[in-house]
Design a protein around this ligand. Structure first.
Ligand SMILES: NC(=O)c1ccc[n+]([C@@H]2O[C@H](COP(=O)([O-])OP(=O)(O)OC[C@H]3O[C@@H](n4cnc5c(N)ncnc54)[C@H](OP(=O)(O)O)[C@@H]3O)[C@@H](O)[C@H]2O)c1
Length: 259
């Protein structure tokens, strides 16, 4: 018999639920019977399609447009959620801005500022809002941030992915240490090359077949690109009762890429 994951009652917020990885996380929580709230930034049609798919399968879902870089929008989301849903069980950060691979010396100043603002400040607003809600509801809650396995080793031409995510990882470890006594857990999942969202775009649009094969066979011990469900499975495990003694950790889900 397989491991059956159990979850505390309450709604799940998946920030960046309209993304390739966020979609898989939202669908997996819905399949586990949890009411899901997904946020999107620009892709309203994709968010609506995910909501429709979840509802067609008998699940509960709502979607909200939220710019995570705007603290007022994040606070409004939490106020709305707590007034209508009661308990929030889990908050997942699965958002992040788009950018191209670039060497540090060639990154335009305005692009760096945009990425840092959207990713670090966006995650901070969400994490802070979640901690406040978890404390107020009195019995805690779980936070998971989707970061990147690229923080384990310094990546070439991908610092805009790794540097903000390293900051987010430290924020999450800080939450784990400061708020553990309130039964608040905070963990990270670090994707490697995932065949969805940003990773799929990079693999298909920025690399030719030869480069893709070189990455797959020479840099990934398990010799395959990951799927969004690989990330969703790790996120759900970290939010489950079965992970109730795990906090402040980062789980690389990358086929061994970071070794
Ligand atoms: N896919 C991979 O291979 C891979 C590997 C390592 C790390 N990651 C990280 O995992 C996270 C999710 O990746 P993904 O592949 O699913 O990317 P994605 O498909 O591009 O999705 C990104 C999500 O973030 C949202 N978003 C962007 N800017 C936002 C903002 N200012 N406020 C609120 N939401 C915002 C997007 O909303 P809209 O689409 O509605 O605008 C979308 O829901 C990212 O942080 C990425 O860096 C991905």
């Amino acid at each position: 018999m397989g491991l059956h994951l159990e979850f505390e009652a309450g709604a799940v917020i998946v920030a960046g639920g309209s993304g390739g990885i966020g979609e898989a996380i939202a669908l997996a929580f819905a399949k586990a019977g949890m009411p899901v709230v997904i946020t999107y930034h620009s892709n309203e049609a994709k968010a609506a399609a995910i909501k429709a798919a979840i509802e067609a399968a008998g699940g509960r879902c709502e979607c909200h447009r939220v710019d995570l870089a705007d603290v007022a929008q994040v606070n409004a989301l939490f106020a709305d959620m707590t007034s209508r849903h009661g308990r929030i069980a889990d908050v997942v950060y699965a958002a992040g801005p788009h950018f191209d691979f670039n060497f540090i010396g060639a990154i335009p100043d305005e692009q760096w500022h945009h990425v840092v603002n959207a990713d670090i400040n966006g995650a901070f607003h969400l994490i802070q809002g979640a901690v406040r809600v978890f404390r107020k509801q009195g019995d805690g809650g779980n936070l998971v941030a989707v970061i990147t396995s690229a923080i384990e080793r310094v990546p070439i031409a991908d610092i805009m992915s790794a540097a903000p995510k390293a900051a987010i990882q430290m924020l999450m470890r800080g939450v784990a240490k400061e708020a553990g006594r309130f039964n608040i857990r905070a963990n990270c999942v670090g994707p490697g090359w995932i065949n969805a969202g940003l990773g799929k775009k990079g693999l298909e649009e920025k690399l030719d077949e030869k480069s893709r094969e070189a990455i797959r066979t020479k840099t990934i011990p398990l010799q395959r690109f990951g799927e969004a469900d690989d990330i969703a499975n790790a996120v759900l495990f970290l939010c489950s009762r079965q992970a109730s003694f795990i906090t402040g950790q980062s789980l690389a889900v990358d086929g061994g890429l970071q070794l």
